[in-house]
Design a protein around this ligand. Structure first.
Ligand code: AR6
Length: 170
């Protein structure tokens, strides 16, 4: 799997799937979640409501998928990152689950390119360097015959610098 780093807004990315850092309500919020729902339109929220009605809230570390409404992507994979509470082991395990479950859904949908935001590193306050290491490790360890490219989309300068360093991009 090829790994790419892009600085910018994930709603503009032309990938088969983009990942949303959602909350367990699946009903939208601030940060990247707000941006995706704003740019993607009502269809995404309607599908999230259907999922809520069918299976209830989305637990931390789990993921669900909707279409991508008005976005250039085909799918939005909504995953719920952990709120950082200082319990490094537990929070790390939950963040690992976010990446693994998102990649599994992508693979099941025959997704060739998938873009991830820096899950949990905004409102949920997960330490950025640790989150970046987990993200990159999980993508590198995920063996896929289907997914060809993973794009890490960094919105803030600090994450961009961290990912450049971790991916050894100069
Ligand atoms: N494109 C890409 N990345 C973005 C964008 C964007 N348009 N906007 C922000 N980011 P956050 P969390 C980055 O707070 O920490 C929501 O209210 C941002 O710089 O969006 O997982 C949800 O509903 C940061 O690096 O998500 C939840 O309640 C990263 O996205 C809660 O926030 C994640 O920041 C989830 O918190």
């Amino acid at each position: 799997m090829k790994i790419e780093l892009i600085k910018g807004d994930i709603t503009k990315i032309q990938a088969d799937a983009i990942v949303n850092a959602a909350n367990s309500s699946l009903l939208g919020g601030g940060g990247v979640d707000g941006a995706i729902h704003r740019a993607g339109g009502k269809q995404i929220l309607d599908e999230c409501i259907e999922i809520r009605n069918r299976q209830g809230k989305c637990k931390t570390g789990e993921a669900v998928v909707t279409t991508a409404g008005n976005l250039p992507a085909k799918y939005v994979i909504h995953t719920v990152g952990p709120v950082w509470n200082g319990d490094e082991e537990k929070c790390s395990d939950l963040l690992v689950n976010c990446y693994q479950n998102s990649l599994k859904i992508a693979e099941s949908l025959n997704v060739k390119t998938i873009a991830f935001p820096n899950i949990s590193t905004g409102i949920y306050r997960f330490p950025k360097e640790l989150a970046g290491k987990i993200a990159i490790d999980e993508v590198r360890n995920f063996k896929s015959e289907v997914i060809e490219k993973v794009i890490f989309v960094c919105f803030d300068d600090e994450n961009e610098e961290i990912y450049k360093k971790l991916l050894e991009i100069h």
